[in-house]
Design a protein around this ligand. Structure first.
Ligand code: UGA
Length: 438
């Protein structure tokens, strides 16, 4: 089949590459000409595990092309829109300007029946609006506007593309369903394909992300309680997760959730609901508590370090491992708060240094490796769960540091590694039960 993908970001590029790998003819379109030039030159623009290999292979095979000319959508069976919908700085709702612009521009090139599919995360009823925009611009366009929300995780986008838990197709058009069934045929029968109304499909995406965000918030709260009552969060999470109704995923405590999706989508969901006079109290609370969590983490570090003029070695700046993305990263917010508290920072991240520099500017020392970060530091703070941080030579680290303290907000180290350090991890209670009973 012929597919056109509009937007070559963290969603568009893995999606386009994935469909090319499945044998389709794909053209990826982006307004940013420098990005397209790079992609045409064989230089990948994002870091995503396993993506580069597939991109090179399909590009060479001629199944994966790149263009900044939207006219290239002409003749496609499916046009997938995967442009960004960031938080609007004023309204805090999803900013749909790029999406509406793309709809307006592509309309005139719909010259045969085409499925136009929204993969961008968009508020309920956006599909209807995009449909109106296209029809107004090109009244003779023969198309169906469908919602196909994406559930790819950054860092695992390639794996998730080929191994989705579900595929959601939001439309009531039998013609569109037939086309998309062909596109998604390689996933069948392993993956359930759920056909819903367009509005339901749009909401499934937000409701899923907000639910996962709340699950993280919940385990973080329970983790706080573990610290006070003498329980261990890993044991509690394991015991909870073995209940298939709860599930074991997304029960890891951490410094708060981040990234380009959960913070943006939880905000957009509550704003959207308010337009319908519906209050989503749990989501509102999650947003508020996640912000508080990041500040709480910074203050914990400061308390553990004691002296105000201390230096912290920060390991991990991205919002999770496996990505170079620092957008809404708890690590960045924690760094900013520590700087505000007068603590000097020596930071290191295996992939996110360049992006972090845009946020932290010249306020921190950018270390060459974890050992450089640890040199003369008063505490070593782990904020992202990179595997390499668990493989460090901690004897060497201890010798390099001014004061042997480790704060591990991802719980990646074991008791052997932290011997000789004052070690703080999340959700590990030391208070004796007698305290509670007295
Ligand atoms: C999230 C969803 O998981 C995807 O299904 C969705 O497609 C994507 O958003 C999106 O809307 O595009 P992503 O933002 O890549 O994916 O990141 P996650 O792996 O979900 O992690 C989000 C945050 O939660 C990270 O900061 C991570 O460290 C944190 N987290 C996750 C925890 O603190 N504990 C956990 O147990 C799991």
């Amino acid at each position: 089949m012929r597919a056109a993908i509009i937007g070559t970001g963290y969603v568009g590029l893995p999606t386009g590459t994935g469909f090319a790998e499945l044998g389709n003819d794909v053209v990826c379109i982006d307004k940013l000409t420098e990005k397209i030039d790079m992609l045409n030159d064989g230089k990948i623009t994002i870091f995503e595990e396993g993506l580069e290999e597939l991109y090179q292979k399909n590009r060479r095979a001629g199944r994966l092309k790149f263009s900044s000319d939207i006219a290239q959508i002409e003749g496609a069976d499916v046009v997938i829109i995967a442009v960004g919908t960031p938080t609007h700085p004023v309204t805090k709702e999803a900013d749909l300007s790029c999406l509406f612009e793309a709809a307006e521009e592509l309309a005139v090139y719909l010259k045969k029946y085409t499925v136009v599919a929204l993969k961008s995360t968009v508020p309920v009823c956006t599909g209807a609006e995009v449909e109106r925009i296209i029809s107004k611009k090109n009244p003779s366009a023969d198309f169906d506007l469908v919602s196909i929300p994406e559930f790819l995780r950054e860092g695992f986008a390639v794996y998730d593309f080929f191994n989705p838990d579900r595929i959601v197709i939001g439309t009531d058009s039998a013609r569109a369903i037939a086309v998309l069934n062909r596109l998604y045929a390689p996933f069948s029968p392993k993956t359930p394909i759920l056909i819903t109304t367009r509005n339901s499909a749009e909401l499934i995406k937000y409701a899923s992300n907000a639910f996962l965000a709340m699950k993280i918030l919940y385990i973080n709260e329970i983790s706080n309680f573990c610290e006070k009552c003498g329980a261990k969060i890993e044991e509690v999470a394991k015991g909870m997760g073995l209940d298939s109704r709860i599930g074991s995923k997304f029960l890891k405590p951490g410094p708060g959730y981040g990234g380009s999706c959960f913070p943006k989508d939880t905000l957009a969901l509550t704003k959207m609901a308010k337009r319908y006079n519906v209050s989503l109290h749990l989501t509102d609370t999650a947003i508020e508590k996640n912000e508080e969590r990041k500040l709480d983490m910074a203050h914990r570090i400061a308390d553990i370090m004691g002296a105000q003029s201390a230096t912290a070695a920060i390991l991990g700046l991205t919002y999770k491992s496996g990505t170079d993305d620092v957008r809404q990263s708890p690590a960045i917010d924690i760094c900013k708060e520590l700087l505000r508290l007068g603590i000097s920072l020596r930071v290191y991240d295996p992939k996110g240094m360049q992006n972090a520099e845009e946020q932290l500017k010249d306020q921190v020392y950018y270390a060459a490796d974890p050992y450089d970060a640890a040199a003369n530091a008063d505490a070593l703070v782990i904020l992202t769960e990179w595997d390499e941080f668990a493989e460090l030579d901690f004897n060497r680290i201890r010798d390099l540091m001014q004061s042997a303290k480790i704060v591990d907000f991802r719980n990646i180290l074991n008791s052997r590694q932290v011997e000789g350090f004052l070690y703080h991890r999340l959700g590990c209670g030391v208070h004796p039960c007698s305290l509670v009973n007295s």
